[in-house]
Design a protein around this ligand. Structure first.
Ligand code: AMP
Length: 511
């Protein structure tokens, strides 16, 4: 019987990438990226429905984006696992052209394109399915298992949502691992290192930083942090706003309400930003962007210099460095103790990002990993370590990115696991009944670092039912919080006096 291949998938905000291990070569695992049509190793994480009702995924979806922005879903990863009222959903609603509305059960958001409602899990599932199809065509074997990466800063709910997306297409997400942790595997597996590394991951939509100590095959995350609303898209937006301001100052016309013009500006902004990583200046010309009230065509004719781009985005780079400084303090390490700074994510190609990191750490970032491929490679290595035809033993010691706790009677957060607590991890707390013959205990569990529980994200309302009748304060309930290696919380409760397990139900409500 041949061993089933488990692939590694980097399900990115802007691009996704998959890899697998093809046995050993020269004694080390032989990682291969899975190519898409045309030989590209990354595929845009974009899903669209065209005029004829056909589904388009990846490059095909990206190609028609400009013409069909309302029916093209991009950046959906930012919405995964979010409640409809969250600030992030509000912000996204303003910048995307596709419909974003509360889901039928009001728990999260639904996307509406081509008169169809899709859950975020369904969108992720379609992209995962495309990656799986490409992989199984390439490898000529059915694929039913994968290790999928998520930003280190993803909450329990967001992780759960990725697992659910896998289930929708009959693919088992055997393990969720953090993107920076995966990148450190790409760097360190089979090298017998003893180093402390910083993974600075600035992708299309999210920023993550992890400080990881590598000791042989043990990868121990010391601290992690990030901002799931900071990435390449924000650099593009800074340029777009500048272009809109300049154009309005010159012509009095506000292009922000014209979806086709906005798409054209957006597209050129990203291309110009990328160009400016290797050139000092670039033209920014778009012919016939709009018309004057008299029907005269108007063009955008501008020039961007690298300096201008840097000045428009300096606050974004500052924000990343503030988070780096904070996480470094939390790790208990100084900049001098860091052996290597690893760059991951396309936006780290911007020279100023590298310059600022060089100044911060006193040494240039390492070229040890490929910024677009490291995460998928790390996921594949980890997947290989879970297969049964392998001697590769990798031990990951990760942490939770934000505190997990429960809401106290005064609305404050009772922290059960502080941020950066190692996982897997289990803790018990004991509660008592507060009224005579109480049969249920309800707990609202939150994840986040704010002192007021409601300011954090609600993971669920847990009801423990079947409590033994008795006087108030007499009956105890022992509750176990168990965060597994993937950062996913499970809870159960029992009566410590009788040993009886209580029935647990979870309801996710609006926070
Ligand atoms: P990722 O999510 O890692 O694929 O990162 C994609 C982001 O990196 C997008 O916002 C791209 O615009 C950006 N990007 C890719 N290449 C470059 C480059 N050479 N210079 C600046 N940004 C880039």
């Amino acid at each position: 019987m041949t061993t089933e291949v488990i692939i590694g998938i980097d399900l990115g905000t802007t691009n996704s990438c998959a890899a697998y291990v093809d046995g050993y070569k020269d004694g080390v695992p032989n990682v291969k990226l899975i190519p898409y049509k045309g030989g590209e190793y990354t595929v845009p994480s974009i899903y669209a429905i065209d005029d004829k009702g056909n589904e388009l995924i990846g490059y095909e979806a990206k190609r028609q984006w400009q013409l069909n922005p309302k029916n093209t879903i991009y950046g959906a990863k930012r919405l995964v696992g979010r409640t409809a009222t969250s600030d992030i959903v509000e912000t996204m609603r303003k910048v995307v052209q596709y419909g974003v509305k509360p889901s039928a059960d009001n728990k999260e958001v639904t996307i509406e394109i081509a008169k169809k409602d899709l859950t975020l899990q369904e969108v992720s599932a379609r992209i995962l399915n495309k990656i799986r199809d490409v992989a199984s065509n390439y490898l000529r074997v059915p694929i039913s298992k994968a290790v999928v990466t998520v930003p280190a800063y993803f909450s329990d709910r967001q992780r759960q949502s990725v697992k659910d997306a896998g289930k929708l297409i009959g693919m088992e997400v055997v393990r969720i691992i953090n993107e920076p942790t995966a990148a450190s595997l790409a760097y360190g597996v089979s090298k017998n290192l003893n180093e402390k590394v910083v993974i600075y991951d600035l992708g299309g939509g999210t920023f993550d930083i992890s400080i990881i100590e590598i000791r042989g095959q043990v990868f121990e995350v010391k601290a992690t942090g990030g901002d799931i609303f900071l990435g390449g898209i924000d650099f593009d937006n800074a340029m777009i706003h500048y272009v809109l301001r300049e154009f309005q100052a010159k012509t009095g016309i506000d292009l922000s309400t014209d979806p086709v013009a906005m798409q054209r500006i957006k597209d050129l902004a990203e291309r110009t930003k990328i160009d400016l990583s290797s050139r000092e200046e670039a033209p920014f010309n778009i012919p016939f962007i709009t018309m004057t009230p008299q029907g005269q065509p108007l063009n955008i004719e501008m020039k961007f210099t690298r300096k201008l781009l840097e000045s428009l985005t300096t606050d974004l780079v500052d924000r990343t460095l503030k988070i780096v400084a904070k996480v470094l303090v939390e790790s208990g390490l100084s900049t001098k103790e860091i052996d290597e700074v690893m760059l991951v994510g396309g936006q780290t190609r911007m020279p100023i990002v590298q310059d600022r990191l060089t100044k911060f750490f006193g040494k240039p970032p390492s070229k040890g990993v490929h910024p677009d491929e490291a995460v998928a490679i790390g996921a594949a290595l980890y997947a290989f370590s879970l297969q049964d035809n392998t001697n590769l033993k990798v031990q990951l010691l990760d942490v939770i990115p934000m505190a997990i706790g429960l809401e106290k009677a005064d609305g404050q957060m009772h922290v059960v696991f502080g941020r950066n607590s190692p996982i897997p991890n289990a803790k018990q707390i004991t509660g008592t009944t507060s009224v005579p013959n109480q049969t249920e205990l309800i707990m609202r569990i939150y994840q986040g670092d704010h002192e007021a529980a409601k300011m954090n994200e609600q993971l669920g309302e847990f009801t423990f039912a079947g409590i033994r009748p008795g006087p108030a304060g007499d009956v105890k309930v022992e509750i176990t919080f168990d965060v597994n290696i993937e950062g996913i919380l499970r809870m159960d409760a029992r009566d410590p006096d009788t040993g009886k397990t209580l029935q647990t139900t979870v309801r996710v409500t609006q926070s």
